[in-house]
Design a protein around this ligand. Sequence first.
Ligand code: NAP
Length: 489
Amino acid sequence: MVSRTIPVDPFDLVIFGGTGDLARRKILPGLFRRFCAGQMPANARIIGAARSELDSDGYREMIREAIAEFGGAQAQDNPDLEPFLEQLEYVAIDAKGTGGWEELAKIMEGTDRIEAYYFSVGPSLFGDLAERLQKYGMADKRARIVVEKPFGRDLETARALNATLAEYFNEDQIYRIDHYLGKETVQNLMAVRFGNMLFEPLWNSQYVDHIQITVAETVGVGGRGEYYDKSGAMRDMVQNHLMQLLCLIAMEPPAQFAPDAVRDEKLKVIRALDPVPPHHVVRGQYEAEPGNEEENPSYRDAVNDPRSRTESFIALRAQVSNWRWAGTPFYLRTGKRMVARSSEITVVFKDTPHSIFGDEAGRHRNVLSIRLQPNEGITLGVTIKEPGPGGMRLIDVPLDMSFAEALNPDDIEHVDAYERLIMDVIRGNQTLFMRGDEVEAAWAWTDPIIEGWQSRNDVPKPYDHGSAGPTASAEMLRREGREWRHVTP
Ligand code: NAP
């Protein structure tokens, strides 16, 4: 493979929560891949920081194991592993106390490299970390902070968090991560929309009947039950990931592919969203797998609360009220324990105005599917004549833009969302990160929906393990003469 990777400038990256699940599963294996690709300079330093009493050698061992477990095939017997581990250090630190902070300040002292601080800890510690970074002299203009989700649990808490971070850092130093924006296909969505003449003229309510965004998971809440039950699908998935996808689909073409140009357009979309009436939302909770209740219990058993009213599934109809999209609904749906793991955006175009082939030929619609996972790729359904002697019958065939098939696999450099986004942090590129006002606007739209459930004592509807969600979700579209796309792996 000819690598098109451009090395980034020397940097020091401190990972608060460096011993945690996210750091071990995603961040460090991702950094290792960047190291192997030659993107990480040899003098870059990665400093893990958490309360566990480890020394740097102990931390290297922990990360060696993490890379073996989560690093994929490339990580096994890789001669780059030892030199990568050499670049790791560890400081035992308490985000809420004083221990370890002077040591960290000493490590970071006196270099003129890029400094990045990844807050891979629970959100209750974000303010403590920001405050101590300043107190110990590390919040200078070179510093960037990376903030994980969840960013608040409503408008009020998101505002408070923005205000706390703004006490110590400027907006251009704050990288609010939404890993969906780092996915290859999400960026490809922008390339397809704004790099081709073909789609943009049709990208409006005159030609688009509706848009569907589905993020389906087969897993349940697993060990995250306690956290998840306080959050639910709306807060955990819709307010961030699904809304970000909606923005990229619906936004006007930005003047440049540059941070504020893109984020200004996304913000306009969120602000154009109509309030959602109760009959345009369906919430659900998954049932146990019949015969396997022990291993795959119901949502309520998994969170250990028989009266829980938190949704593990949500489907809703959103409306972007602007010139381009008035009259074109956006159907959003996400859930756990669904029939297949699949993330897909589907743009369903309108019928042709008149069928010259008559009713027997059948009527078909063009459908553009953008698949985020698995099998990333873009497919356009095109209507053609059914081959053979049967007269003029129409069928749909997919015009497939599967990356794996269209491009020589040896030429594709697979980059995980996290590693791409971390490299963007080092490069100082905020395009794929959420701005503070965007996050607040997203909460301002979701809050009244959640408050409505609370005031009405809304109870989520049960749905079968391994299904497409409650039947009411299908009914919501059927009422409008539409149907969800099948959730397929
Ligand atoms: P986790 O496994 O619970 O790890 C938390 C980390 O924080 C550990 O390294 C822990 O280490 C450290 N920590 C806890 N209290 C601390 C303190 N007072 N001072 C310093 N360090 C402290 O959590 P996680 O799953 O990695 O998640 C981290 C963040 O990423 C959370 O905000 C989460 O919402 C977000 N996130 C995670 C995922 C994921 O896939 N895991 C996905 C999206 C977002 P010690 O106990 O050694 O201190």
